[in-house]
Write a protein that binds this ligand. Structure first.
Ligand code: FDA
Length: 393
């Protein structure tokens, strides 16, 4: 690895953004390694050879952000379509719009409701639940996920749309899950059915992988795919900067313990029809349907001329991750947070390593957050490390 100023571990959005900035803004040499055989991290997209449709191997990725900085930065590498994401949930044989809005509430209660009526119905149900809770447990605070969810959406919507889905996601009864693994569930008292509320949203015109190809194109960047950092770590000198976007616990050989993650398995199917479900993502809320969602990728690009009467779908199944699974969603229990603070102390003793991205910070990050964090890390930490440091030639 002689001759490189920076070694970036991971070719996802965090690593690719830093590599691009170091190469193009500072004109310094970067080696990007990824253990996978492709660039793009979890945002990777590819053409399914059996249908000709561009699929997202690690699940549907929709770009959205409120950040002018991130939006402007990405325009250098792609244009975006005007795609707007909308999600539906199937429950007990009927279809509902998500996140919960006035159309969802009206459908769930079987009658048209005004915003005021919907608000009252939900508040009354939430109240009933709190009173029943005080009666049984003698306390009124929301202690578990079920209590917290019912306080947001009431019993009817919770039973119909949230309970079974959450149970499948976590393989645990929601009444046994901690309340702090979910935020407040949104309820819109209008007919706004857009999934994301951000100012900017769209799909990259040529797909995600094309963005990464353009970001990593500089002659200052050398890409090594299929290379695990731990097989080359001993070649790195202290005057070289490492940007590590892999799992933190693995970096420190699990010395403070293993951090908990959920993973998902995707079952791919190719069907000989030009449309399987009519939209890109449908959630399945019933506990007795084993999968949580079906993704149908052709709907992400309605502007494309996909001619073959074929479509690729992925059924998504959720479970706890073992050490060899792809880590997707941090679980973040109290025990996880204690382990993480142990690793944070160990990080401070590694001055030439910057930890970042979703795996390196043990945080769920959307793509725009990973890019935004990488741009900040570049400005604040990478430039400082490299300033005045020239590699011996
Ligand atoms: P990312 O995981 O992409 O990259 C890390 C890379 O490091 C990987 O390629 C890995 O192989 C590599 N690596 C790890 N250890 C290594 C080692 N030891 N040696 C070499 N390489 C190593 N976001 C959004 O904005 N909109 C959306 O719709 C979605 N949808 C979505 C669905 C699902 C199912 C998930 C799990 C996630 C999303 N996301 C999303 C989030 C999005 O995937 C996320 O923001 C980015 O992947 C973050 O990029 P990073 O670079 O941080 O990690």
């Amino acid at each position: 690895l002689d001759g490189f100023d920076v070694v970036v571990v991971g070719a996802g959005f965090f690593g690719a953004t830093i590599a691009e900035r170091v190469a193009n803004e500072l004109g310094r040499k970067v080696c990007v390694v990824d253990r996978r055989a492709h660039i793009g991290g979890n945002a990777y997209s590819e053409i399914d050879p059996d249908s000709g449709i561009e699929v997202h191997r690690y699940g549907t990725h929709i770009f959205h952000t409120n950040s002018d900085t991130v939006w402007r930065y990405l325009q250098r590498f792609t244009e975006f379509t005007s795609y707007r994401h909308r999600v539906f949930t199937v429950a007990r044989g009927r279809l509902y719009s998500m996140p919960i809005n006035l159309a969802t509430i009206s459908a769930a209660f079987g009658r048209a409701m005004t915003p005021q009526e919907a608000k009252l119905v939900i508040a009354a149900e939430a109240d009933d639940h709190v009173h029943a809770h005080v009666h049984v447990h003698g306390a009124s605070v929301a202690q578990n996920l079920e209590d917290k969810a019912i306080a947001s959406v009431g019993r009817t919507l919770y039973d119909l749309l949230i309970r079974g889905y959450t149970q499948k996601q976590w393989q645990t009864e929601p009444s046994e899950l901690s309340a702090d693994i979910i935020g407040r569930l949104p309820v819109r008292l209008n007919f706004d059915d857009r999934y994301f509320a951000d100012r900017y949203e769209g799909m990259p015109v040529d797909g995600y992988t094309a963005i990464f190809q353009r970001m990593l194109k500089s002659p200052n960047i050398e890409l090594r795919l299929g290379v695990d950092y731990f097989d080359i770590a001993d070649q790195i000198r202290p005057d070289q900067l490492v940007i590590y976007t892999g799992p933190i616990d693995r970096f420190f050989r699990y010395r403070c313990g293993e951090l908990g993650w959920r993973t998902v398995d995707f079952a791919r199917e190719v069907h000989d029809v030009d449309d399987f479900q009519g939209t890109s993502v449908i959630n399945y809320a019933d506990a007795d349907v084993p999968f949580t969602r079906i993704h149908e990728f052709r709907h992400l690009h309605p502007e494309r001329d996909y001619r073959e009467p074929k479509t690729t779908i992925y059924r998504e199944y959720s479970r706890f991750a073992g050490r060899d699974d792809e880590p997707y969603y941090p679980i973040n229990t109290t025990a996880d947070r204690a382990i993480l603070s142990g690793y944070r102390m160990m990080m401070e003793k590694r001055p030439n390593v910057i930890f970042g991205g979703r795996l390196g910070s043990y945080k769920y990050l959307d793509m725009h957050q990973a890019i935004g964090a990488a741009l900040k890390t570049f400005e604040n930490e990478v430039t400082t490390f490299l300033a005045g440091r020239e590699l011996p030639s």
